[in-house]
Design a protein around this ligand. Structure first.
Ligand code: SAM
Length: 261
């Protein structure tokens, strides 16, 4: 896989991201339901963002020590304000090391920002106690109009944003099986397409503004940002038309990986 620009999480905007907390939460709940560990002592949530998913881990395992790790000071400030009883650590996941062995490594919608998954996933398994679980969910939507139309919308700005566009970081699923099977007692991999029903105007563009568009908008000046976002909004508005009730269906594929030590 190509070397790609790293997102260390510094530019994330918790407010924009939380606009869609409902639809973004469901895959996290589906992932959580597949973790078969009775009473873990030590849990890490990698790329914890504003902490609302980390809170779900605390609700399921109230006696565990839970640490949220993220590279974004904005996200962590929000997490610490909303959930002051948990531990929040600022770190780049490319180099992060836990202080001791862990029972659950959880990561929802974050590891697609890291490269070289073939090395990353076995490395994360190496942090687990025997019987511990690695549980990961990542979006796998790169082949859909929400992503493909970015290039079409860029026009003359393509030169400026192209160096910041990540190629699809999520491998075909067999690659994860081959990487994890030698270091796991069980590996479960699946994918789900969620037909998300979004409310409001320009719903798909507003969604991607808080995720895949964010690093691209960050490199544009204000006028360029407005022009690019308007062009992109028009294109995705046609690809994902509003239904007669004013809502928008945004199909979104997600990949799930649960591996046990
Ligand atoms: C889409 S959000 C997911 C947040 C949360 N897990 C959830 O499910 O709502 C992705 C998070 O990954 C973080 N992130 C991305 N790359 C990172 C890196 N290299 N190191 C640490 N955090 C990173 C971002 O700051 C952001 O908070």
């Amino acid at each position: 896989m190509n070397e790609t620009p790293k997102n260390q999480g510094q530019g994330w905007d918790s407010g924009q991201y939380l606009k869609f907390a409902g639809p973004r939460l469901r895959p996290a709940l589906d992932l959580l339901a597949r973790i078969d560990v009775d009473s873990p002592q030590s849990i890490y949530d990698l790329g914890c963002g504003p902490g609302n998913v980390t809170q779900l881990l605390a609700e399921r395992w109230p006696k565990a020590d839970i640490t949220g790790v993220d590279g974004s000071p904005d996200m962590l400030a929000r997490a610490a304000a909303d959930f002051p009883d948990m531990t929040w650590v600022e770190a780049d996941l490319n180099t992060w090391q836990p202080s001791g062995p862990i029972d659950v490594v959880f990561s929802n919608a974050a590891l697609h920002w890291l490269d070289n998954h073939v090395a990353l996933f076995p490395r994360l398994m190496g942090h687990l106690n025997p019987g511990g679980v690695l549980a990961v969910q990542m979006p796998g939507n790169h082949a859909q109009p929400s992503h493909m139309l970015i290039r079409d919308a860029a026009g003359p700005l393509l030169d400026k944003i192209e160096p910041h566009m990540r190629p699809d970081p999520v491998e075909v699923l067999g690659v994860y099986y081959d990487a994890l099977e030698p270091v796991s007692s069980e590996v479960d991999i699946w994918e789900t397409v969620y037909n998300q029903i979004l409310e409001g105007d320009n719903a798909v563009a507003e969604w991607t503004k808080g995720s895949v568009l964010k690093p691209l908008l960050d490199v544009l000046d204000d006028d360029e940002k407005d022009a690019f976002f308007a062009a992109y909004s028009e294109l995705v508005g046609k690809a994902y038309p509003k239904r007669p009730d004013g809502k928008t269906i945004f199909p979104f594929r997600r990949v799930f990986i649960v591996a046990k030590q």
